[in-house]
Design a protein around this ligand. Structure first.
Ligand code: RUB
Length: 311
């Protein structure tokens, strides 16, 4: 095995085991891994280069099935062109750099747009650990608004612990609650802000398990529910009628001693689906949109992906 493949497999394993996690980061790390692979591949045959890059892309794609940032990033990479290896390499590397740049700029822009919806004195509830949702919260805080955050633990992987450490570092007053306390605290909350793994063509949200329950609580309590999602989190496949695959993870993440029990199984879906009716707004880098506009975002921002596929 050559070194480029070893490095790529190492990144793939980090994504699978969630050492690298969160949809935006997964997309950027996969793009960088594929770029490094292409740059260090030793071959002068374009045919071999194309075959090896496709094989590497497939490996990355299989790491986490739900996050569409991963497949959109890989698809953007794979639109490289070149009539010999060196130009193909350069084109792919450029696509990777563009994706990473687009991602970082989008997160900053969403921070600016989303933070305008937060008022001085607001209490915000967030779930899991979304870099994009946190960009909104941090931007609001940095602009001088006095805000308070309630963060859920986000079992079974406790991404909420990452969130509270970040918020603490930024000096934002934060309260940690167990996931099942959301109904108890929702009447103190002005805004729920969550990230996204996928936005579908009809504007529904796929995000960390528990998000749909929080949205239901927020809807019942008339609390605003905002989603922070870059346009590459929107899924072109859903326009083609495809359903979003929900990743099922290991039983041991929920109950480590499960093998000692004979009659019990654990079900551990990593994500759930929040219907668009429960979402007030989706903050993207091209503006704050109602979920019903998702189809247009897919057509306009990711149109190349569905070109030629609609009959
Ligand atoms: C993370 C998760 C996050 C989204 C958005 O799940 O559901 O809310 O990925 O994150 P996991 P970001 O921990 O299983 O990867 O805004 O950083 O893209």
């Amino acid at each position: 095995m050559t070194r480029p493949m070893e490095d790529l497999l190492e990144t793939a394993e980090k994504i699978r085991s969630m050492e690298i996690r969160g949809a935006a980061l997964i997309g950027r790390e996969a793009a960088s891994a594929l770029k490094d692979f292409a740059l260090s591949l030793e071959t002068s045959s374009l045919q071999e280069f194309n075959a090896e890059v496709s094989r590497a892309a497939e490996i990355l794609l299989k790491t986490r099935p739900t996050a569409v940032s991963l497949s959109n990033a890989i698809r953007m990479m794979m639109r490289y062109s070149g009539d010999e290896v060196e130009s193909a390499r350069r084109s792919l590397a450029e696509n990777a750099d563009n994706f990473v740049d687009r991602s970082l700029k989008a997160i900053e822009r969403i921070g600016e747009i989303g933070s305008r919806r937060i008022r001085d004195g607001d209490t915000v509830l967030t779930h899991c650990n979304s870099s994009v949702a946190l960009s909104i919260i941090k931007t609001a805080h940095d602009s001088g608004k006095d805000i308070r955050v309630i963060a859920t633990e986000s079992r079974p992987r406790y991404q909420g612990h990452l969130t509270i450490k970040m918020l603490d570092g930024w000096g934002i007053e934060t309260e940690l609650v167990v996931d099942s306390a959301v109904r108890t605290v929702i009447n103190e909350v002005d805004q729920v802000i969550v990230g996204a793994d996928v936005i579908t063509a009809n504007g529904s949200l796929v995000n960390k398990i528990g998000t749909a329950q929080i949205a239901l609580c927020a809807h019942e309590a008339r609390t605003s529910f905002m989603v922070a999602a870059e346009t590459y989190k929107f899924s072109p496949d859903t326009i083609m009628g495809e359903l979003v695959p929900i990743e099922m993870r290991a039983a041991e993440e929920v109950y480590p001693e499960i093998s000692e029990l004979k009659n019990v199984r654990v079900r551990n879906p990593a994500f759930d689906v929040t219907p668009h009716q429960y979402i007030d707004v989706i903050c993207t880098e091209v503006g704050a949109i109602p979920p019903e506009m998702s189809y247009l975002i897919i057509k306009e921002m990711l149109g190349w992906e569905i070109e030629g596929r609609i009959q």
